[in-house]
Design a protein around this ligand. Structure first.
Ligand SMILES: Cc1cc2nc3c(=O)[nH]c(=O)nc-3n(C[C@H](O)[C@H](O)[C@H](O)COP(=O)(O)OP(=O)(O)OC[C@H]3O[C@@H](n4cnc5c(N)ncnc54)[C@H](O)[C@@H]3O)c2cc1C
Length: 341
């Protein structure tokens, strides 16, 4: 690993002033000095140190956010929503009583992510901003599109864990499991720059697909810090998050699904939000599946129709067609679980 300077910021503005984007600090194609001017912020460090040890990320500086006060709070809002600081760990989020009561799908999604050791260090902000797990992206030998090369090796290669939607240019899947649940809940992210200016963006809009920019996964700007996730009041919603993975523990999902339902008193679905994870470069709204539930009771028949509709637009690659039936089943099960919750 290349040597780097390390410091700890004590304010959001100071951290933002230092912060470059992770994609700006990727090691140069010649394997040389990397990007000498870049400084990367560190939260839990799980993904950051992985990338540095793998020889992919070579910042000149690393600035820890651990000295910044106020980023570790979980605060109920006057409108019934919740503000979750970016440094709240996944372990705390999974066990927090308020989160579990108001947003059980989020608590389940983060509680089933990674391992307890990782969840104890990994933060919500870092989880949302982690880089893709694609093995071509993670291997220094492959100069793929996302690293400034000219080719996506997965599209015609070993693509068993890759996208079955929106995979024309680059077939990564979005790595964040929390993001699947958060998008279904209508979450926003709060971003603060070096001057202290704040913007709030719907998380669904924050993620960037390869058709817009193949070298980054989100709209974080240079010199900006993600300070919090804001959840709207969800008291009237029923929700579920389900995940299927190869291993039962410390593994990313092969497919995950989050469902949020607004049901009338007679059980008719007024509105369904269904988000698919691990199947596209960004968390994917399954609008056809949502339409299959709207105006109907959520029962075995409508849930099965939603599962089938979730596959609309799928373009599986040579080795990942198995994800389609998994997705269909998971959407059906998640809809039924949410309705019965
Ligand atoms: C074996 C294993 C299994 C895993 N399974 C899962 C899984 O099932 N689901 C899942 O979602 N994840 C999984 N992960 C990934 C893990 O959860 C993430 O790496 C972790 O959440 C990243 O959070 P962090 O706080 O450590 O981020 P860091 O590594 O500190 O940061 C990640 C990136 O975000 C930037 N960053 C961090 N915080 C901020 C901020 N507040 N503002 C601006 N930029 C910031 C950093 O510069 C860096 O580029 C797994 C990891 C391992 C090793």
């Amino acid at each position: 690993m290349r040597n780097f300077a390390f410091d700890t910021a004590t304010s959001v503005q100071a951290a933002a002033a230092a912060a470059s984007l992770a994609c700006e600090a990727m090691l140069a194609p010649d394997g040389g000095a990397g990007a000498p001017e870049t400084t990367i912020v560190k939260s839990g460090g799980i993904d950051l140190l992985d990338l540095m040890k793998e020889g992919l990320l070579a910042p000149a500086g690393v600035t820890s956010l651990s000295g910044v006060a106020g980023l570790s709070a979980i605060e109920p809002q006057s409108d019934g929503g919740l503000r979750i600081g970016a440094l709240v760990t996944l372990a705390r989020l999974a066990s927090d009583e308020t989160v579990r009561k108001l947003y059980p799908s989020l608590a389940d999604a983060v509680g089933a992510s990674a391992s307890l050791e990782i969840r104890n260090a990994a933060t919500l902000g870092g989880n949302i901003l982690q880089r893709p797990r694609c093995w071509y992206f993670r291997a220094a030998e492959f100069r793929c599109l996302r690293k400034g090369g000219g080719h996506c090796y997965a599209i015609d290669g070993e693509n068993q864990h890759h996208a079955i939607f929106d995979n024309r240019f680059c077939a990564i899947v979005h790595p964040s499991t929390s993001a699947t649940a958060l998008v279904a809940l209508g979450a926003e992210v709060e971003l603060v720059d070096a001057d202290g200016a704040t913007r709030r963006v719907a998380l669904e809009e924050f993620f960037v697909g390869p058709d817009k920019d193949v070298q980054r996964e989100n709209d974080l700007r240079p010199h900006e810090i993600l300070t919090a996730v804001l959840l709207p009041n969800a008291a009237s919603l029923r929700m579920a998050h389900l995940k299927l993975a190869q291993k039962q523990s410390f593994d990313w999902p092969l497919v995950d699904v989050a469902v949020a339902l607004d049901l009338a008193s007679d059980g008719t679905c007024r509105k369904a939000t269904i988000v698919l994870g691990a199947v596209a470069p960004t968390p994917r709204r399954a609008r056809a599946a949502e339409a299959a539930l709207a105006g109907k009771p959520v029962d075995a028949q409508s849930a099965a129709a939603a599962g089938r509709a979730a596959l609309e637009g799928a373009t599986p690659l040579s080795k990942n067609a198995y994800k389609a039936p998994m997705l269909e089943t998971l959407v059906r099960r998640a809809a039924l679980q949410a309705a019965s919750g």
